[in-house]
Ligand binder design. Structure first.
Ligand SMILES: CC(C)(COP(=O)(O)OP(=O)(O)OC[C@H]1O[C@@H](n2cnc3c(N)ncnc32)[C@H](O)[C@@H]1OP(=O)(O)O)[C@@H](O)C(=O)NCCC(=O)NCCS
Length: 167
């Protein structure tokens, strides 16, 4: 398996990965809309390739913390083809994403997901760092991983790119 950034030709395969992983249309359409809006960050849209096939994808998109686009990045969706799950693909994508976001200089990665999965990658509830989701009911699933560029004043209201708000 190897990981790399997505290319234009990968879009249909990425759509198919999320359709199968989530058994629905919400997540695949979200990735397509983020890309169409120009909010999908190419350096943080990573695919996992196994035997020539794209088996996993993680999307990184623009986000704001107190209106500032340079501080935090949104992670998600993360999906792995059911046939390729439980083999470390999701973990590899997470580690690669966080390392790339760190190298790009972001202070934090923010996501919505199951803390039982993401805590192993160093994610904690965003409330611990004073990072506030747009909807209060997200709080139990709203998590952050701080990176080398993090500073304690990086707190306040977080907003995903508009495609998330159209969900
Ligand atoms: C979550 C997902 C990305 C993990 O991918 P993966 O390649 O199977 O992950 P890894 O092989 O690195 O890790 C697998 C481990 O993650 C854990 N895990 C997976 N999903 C989990 C969840 N929802 N809650 C807690 N732990 C979970 C299990 O401990 C699993 O261990 P096992 O293989 O011994 O059963 C994949 O299962 C998936 O695409 N699921 C459907 C989409 C989804 O829920 N995405 C995440 C939310 S955005």
């Amino acid at each position: 398996m190897f990981l790399r950034r997505e290319t234009t030709a990968d879009a249909p395969a990425i759509h198919a990965v999320h359709s199968a992983a989530f058994d629905g249309t919400v997540e695949p359409n979200l990735v397509d809309e983020l890309r169409a809006d120009g909010d999908l960050l190419n350096a943080l849209s990573l695919v996992a390739v196994l035997d020539g096939e794209i088996v996993g994808h993680v999307a990184g998109s623009t986000a704001t913390l107190n209106g500032d686009k340079e501080i935090a990045v949104g992670l998600g969706p993360l999906g792995v083809l059911p046939s390729a799950q439980h083999a470390g693909v999701g973990s590899a994508l997470m580690h690669a994403f966080d390392a790339a976001a760190d190298a790009l200089g972001y202070g934090a990665v923010v996501l919505l997901g199951d803390p039982k999965y993401y805590s192993r990658f160093g994610y904690v509830l965003a409330a611990e760092h004073g990072i506030v989701p747009p909807q209060a009911e997200w709080a139990p699933h709203f998590q952050v991983r701080t990176l080398a560029g993090y500073k304690s004043d990086m707190r306040g209201n977080f907003r995903y790119a508009p495609a998330f708000e159209r969900l």
